[in-house]
Design a protein around this ligand. Structure first.
Ligand code: FE
Length: 340
C-alpha cells in the first residue's frame, strides 16, 4: 500500500517534470550585447509568430562571454548575440557554440558572412575619417595610406587590442601578408598624433576638432552623429570627409553583428527558430536599422537616411571566418609594433 502510494507520488512528480519541460520548450534564453530601441519590436514579433517567450540577459560583450564560461554546462543561455567577428571567434574557439544546420540560414546569409557555428545578421564598415582642413582626402584613399610619411603626427587611433582594430588587422594580414601588415602597423604608429585612447566616437570628435588629421571608425558611429538630435554633434560632421578605403583594390573592411546557438543550450529547437527568424525580412530590417547597420541578407533593404548620405561602396568579400582565424596573429603584430 505504502509503496504504491509512493509510486503514485513519483508519477505525479514525473508529470510535473514533463509539464515543466514542455513549458520550457516555449522559452528562449538570449544573452545579448545589443540594446537598441528597435529591439523591442524585434523580439516581440518573434514571440507573436512562434509563441516562444524570450528571456533576455543584456550586458557588455566580454561580460556575457565570461558569464557563459562560468556557468559552464549549467548555463541557461541558448543564444549568444554579439558584435565583431573576433569576439564570435573567441566564443567559437572556447568551444561554446554548437554547429547549426539550417537550409534557410544557408540560403539567406551569404557564405562569407557565416561559419558552421555562427551567423552574421548585419554588417558595418570600418572607414577613414579625415579633417577636411588638415588632410587632402585624395591622399588617403586606402588603409595603406595611413602609413604614409605625409601623415606624420596626424593619425589617431583607439587601442590596437580592441576587437575592431584586431579584425581590421586580420583583414590586412589576409590581403597583404603578415610581413607587410606589420610594416604598415609600425609606420602608422610612427604617424600617431597621440597615444591610442578612447573609442571610435572619440576619434571622430578629435578629427573634427583638428587634434587629429585622420582616424578610422565604424560606420554606425558616423551615422549616429549624422542622425543626432544635438546640433553640435551634427555640425562635427561638417568638418569631416568620410573615405571608403580600398575601393580600387580589395574593398572596405566590414565587420558584423551576429550570433550562434550555444552547445549547452537547453532549448535548441527554439534557438534554431530564433536564428532563422533573425534572417527574415522584417527581423533583418529591425536588426540592422537599430544600430545603423546593413542587413546581412542581400535582398533586404533598409531606409536609413544617414547610411544613404554616406553612399554606396565596395565591401571586402573576405570571409568573416578568416578575420577570426587571423585574430591572434593580428594582436601579436600590434604588440610588436607598439600599437598599445
Ligand atoms: Fe561599437
Amino acid at each position: 500500500m505504502k509503496s504504491s502510494r509512493l509510486f503514485l507520488a513519483l508519477l505525479a512528480i514525473g508529470a510535473i517534470g514533463a509539464a515543466t519541460a514542455q513549458a520550457q520548450e516555449k522559452v528562449l534564453n538570449l544573452y545579448s550585447a545589443r540594446h537598441y530601441q528597435t529591439d523591442e519590436a524585434l523580439y516581440s514579433n518573434f514571440t507573436r509568430q512562434t509563441g516562444i517567450k524570450i528571456n533576455r540577459i543584456e550586458a557588455k560583450e566580454d561580460e556575457l562571454l565570461e558569464r557563459i564560461r562560468n556557468e559552464g554546462a549549467a548555463s541557461p543561455a541558448d543564444i549568444f548575440l554579439t558584435v565583431d567577428a573576433a569576439r564570435l571567434a573567441k566564443a567559437d574557439e572556447l568551444g561554446l557554440f554548437a554547429p547549426v544546420k539550417s537550409k534557410l540560414l544557408e540560403e539567406r546569409i551569404p557564405a562569407n558572412l557565416r561559419s558552421p557555428d555562427w551567423f552574421a545578421f548585419s554588417t558595418r564598415a570600418r572607414v577613414i575619417v579625415i579633417n577636411k582642413a588638415a588632410v587632402k582626402a585624395d591622399e588617403v584613399q586606402n588603409y595603406e595610406d595611413l602609413a604614409s610619411p605625409k601623415l606624420k603626427g596626424k593619425v589617431c587611433s583607439r587601442s590596437g587590442s580592441h576587437p575592431y582594430n584586431i579584425s581590421l588587422m586580420s583583414a590586412l594580414i589576409a590581403h597583404l601578408g603578415e610581413a607587410k601588415a606589420e610594416e604598415w602597423a609600425r609606420a602608422v604608429v610612427a604617424n600617431f598624433a597621440r597615444a591610442p585612447k578612447g573609442g571610435d566616437t572619440d576619434q571622430i570628435k578629435s578629427v573634427a576638432a583638428g587634434e587629429c588629421g585622420v582616424a578610422v571608425s565604424n560606420t554606425y558611429y558616423l551615422a549616429r552623429l549624422l542622425r543626432s538630435d544635438k546640433p553640435e554633434e551634427r555640425s562635427l560632421m561638417d568638418r569631416i570627409t568620410i573615405v571608403w578605403p580600398n575601393q580600387k583594390t580589395f574593398g572596405t573592411h566590414i565587420n558584423i553583428s551576429g550570433g550562434g546557438m550555444l552547445k549547452t543550450a537547453p532549448n535548441k529547437e527554439s534557438a534554431v527558430k530564433f536564428l532563422e527568424y533573425l534572417a527574415s525580412d522584417d527581423a533583418q530590417r529591425y536588426f540592422a536599422d537599430g544600430n545603423n547597420e546593413w542587413p546581412a541578407v542581400a535582398s533586404v533593404a533598409v531606409k536609413n537616411p544617414a547610411l544613404e548620405t554616406m553612399g554606396k561602396f565596395k565591401a571586402d568579400s573576405l570571409p568573416v571566418a578568416t578575420l577570426a582565424k587571423n585574430a591572434v596573429a593580428a594582436q601579436r603584430i600590434y604588440d610588436r609594433a607598439g600599437w598599445k
